[in-house]
Design a protein around this ligand. Structure first.
Ligand code: 5BU
Length: 477
């Protein structure tokens, strides 16, 4: 039988066994609904169980890459079991409560960190049940990015999951199910219309921040994240952002020290971080460094030298502390390429320095046609794991790059004015980058080259803070 036919037959059978009912019902979350699902009954119908697992397997699992399958307790567990056997992939089981005796494990089954787990669920409304399971799996170090489900009620669950970096694949959406049932005279057209209207007018509430916060760094406020940072610069930066209410980093790409200091006098109170390229300053000298440091104290911001180290460890340790710039003496943190391998982090980690230090590792770049691949990004994040005390965060463009809420996503390539420059830079809007996971946002020419940098800095600061405030409430659209 072809896929569409088999799906149609499944929809009709679900109706026949009362797994889908029409009338007036109230859901778990207190919403009134003219349609109700109870897929628990499917265990009484082996042929339907078989058909669901066949369809889920051939429509989604077959094309996914994963190491384990985990069902959301309890209704989806038997389906997950069938899929695990069919796909010949191991299954994990999540307990709703940790056992009070023996091993206090939340997840049963054998797995290792960074393995991928695919979620299986029966019906998704708001997505909160799926997220509870995702949360527990991620806490154990598993990578969870996919959920395959039988039915999408189309009431916001897909969006809530996406916000938490879980892509959902469903066998049936509510509209598809209704169409099949109307076409096959299982329900009247009127009921079909009533359900459609209901779907259009009722959305499940956005998943509350308390439910999501543990799942996702994106919904945690900066002050809380300071508490879980293992790098002292990340801690300081989170605290500065929370205190000054700004997540704006200014990139002072100017070539004269006087210009830089004048600019910082105007925008210093609006930024949490100042990013420099000291090798472009024509009159660089130790007096400038002193004034920069004083300014950082006066306005309470940190200093990031965007040096993008990219050599063997030995050379980098010399570039970091020697030469005319003596970066290690004044920069709170530096940017570093992962390209040369772990030695570069080892070198910076062991470089002697009187002050705390931090590293932003480049996991992605903003420029058009850059050669960084998804595998490179993943390997970069993995490389950082061994150096938790050194790592302030990653320079990247996407929320999915890393999960650790103690690390900071620094995102450059931001401007309100235009979508790109003529040398390959690609710009996003401030709202967009916050949505994409940015914690600290780098703006250079958007402010520096404007007629009135102070007004512009305030504008960026306000938009960014508003977007971040929305994000922590889980209200990102
Ligand atoms: P702009 O004027 O806002 O385009 O400046 C962006 C700054 O961020 C500039 O100093 C770059 O060197 C830096 N940058 C970037 O634009 N894109 C990247 O991927 C990285 C750094 Br990494």
């Amino acid at each position: 039988m072809d896929f569409t036919k088999q799906l149609e037959e499944l929809a009709i059978n679900l109706f026949k066994i009362d797994a889908v009912k029409f009338g007036e019902f109230t859901t778990k979350s207190g919403m009134k609904t003219p349609v109700y699902f109870d897929l628990r009954v499917i265990v009484s119908y082996p042929a339907i169980m078989e058909s669901i697992s066949d369809l889920l397997y051939s429509s989604s699992l077959i094309s996914l890459e994963y190491d384990h399958i985990c069902g959301v307790p309890y209704t989806a567990l038997p389906i997950a079991t069938l899929l695990s056997v069919k796909a010949k992939k191991s299954m994990l089981m999540r307990r709703k409560e940790a056992k009070s005796y023996g091993t206090k494990k939340l997840i049963e089954g054998h797995f290792s960190k960074n393995q991928k787990c695919c979620i299986v669920e029966d019906v998704v409304t708001s997505g909160s049940s799926v997220l509870e399971t995702v949360n527990d799996l991620r806490k154990e170090g598993l990578v969870v990015e996919q959920a395959v489900i039988i039915l999408d009620r189309e009431q916001g669950g897909r969006q809530n999951l996406e916000k938490n970096r879980v892509k959902m694949m469903s066998l049936l959406t509510m509209s598809e199910l209704i169409k099949i049932l109307v076409d096959n005279n299982c329900i009247t057209k009127e009921i079909g219309v009533e359900v459609k209207n209901y779907l259009n007018s009722t959305k499940a509430p956005s998943v509350e921040s308390s439910e999501v916060s543990a799942v996702n760094r994106l919904n945690m406020p900066y002050e809380k994240r300071a508490g879980v940072s293992r790098n002292s610069i990340a801690k300081q930066l989170f605290n500065i952002m929370a205190t000054k209410k700004t997540n704006l980093c200014i990139s002072v790409d100017l070539t004269s020290s006087v210009q830089i200091l004048n600019l910082l006098e105007k925008v210093g109170e609006h930024v949490c971080l100042v990013k420099t390229h000291v090798d472009i300053i024509e009159d660089f000298n130790s007096d400038f460094v002193e004034q920069l440091k004083q300014m950082a104290t006066k306005f309470n911001f940190l200093l990031l030298e965007d040096r993008k180290f990219a050599d063997i460890g030995n050379t980098v340790s010399l570039q970091y502390s020697k030469g005319i710039y003596k970066i290690s003496e004044w920069a709170d943190c530096v940017t570093v390429h992962s390209l040369p391998g772990e030695g570069i982090l080892k070198a910076l980690n062991s470089a002697s320095s009187d002050k705390s230090k931090g590293v932003f590792l480049l996991a992605e770049m903003s420029s058009e046609g850059n050669l960084i691949t998804p595998d490179y990004t993943k390997a970069t994040v993995k490389m950082a794991e061994k150096y938790p005390q050194l790592m302030t965060g990653f320079v990247c463009q996407n929320a999915a790059t890393f999960d650790d809420p103690g690390l900071i996503q620094l995102t450059p390539g931001v401007q309100l004015e235009k979508p790109k420059d003529n040398l390959g830079q690609v710009y996003n809007t401030p709202e967009k980058v916050i949505e994409n996971g940015a914690d600290v946002v780098v703006v250079g020419r958007g402010i520096v080259a404007s007629k009135n940098p102070e007004t512009e800095a305030v504008l960026y600061k306000n938009i960014l803070w508003k977007s971040y405030s929305k994000r922590i409430l889980g209200k990102m659209e």
